[in-house]
Design a protein around this ligand. Sequence first.
Ligand code: ZN
Length: 137
Amino acid sequence: MLIEKPSQHKGEYDWIDLWWSYRMDSPEFNCPWCKSDDIYPLYTLYLRTEESRGERINGVWSCKKCRKQFSPVKGTRFERTKICMWKWMKCIYLVEKYNYTIHDLMDTLEVTYKTAWKMKKVALQAIKENDLLGMVL
Ligand SMILES: [Zn+2]
């Protein structure tokens, strides 16, 4: 399994916690410009503001060395997403474990058909590659 369900709860924040644990444990979590490991979060995410800009949804980190800012989804298969990571985590879990259909995903994640279709495609790719992040090195 790529994703195990959060142990105690399954609310949005639990999926987000899970995302951070995967992301921060990944070997490529460093500054995408200067590769420094000296990075820190400016702010993490805004769960209820999906209509705002993508980088705000998934958080912004900053590099102490070059002072540039970046999204923690940069370099991953989720780089261009405007969808909050809790939905991605839940989506991949539901597709992998229960083979959710596009219509199931629409209802559960409250997204449009088009979005659910795209999300399922990405989820299946991640499952096929057995790699959640799909880092572009
Ligand atoms: Zn840097």
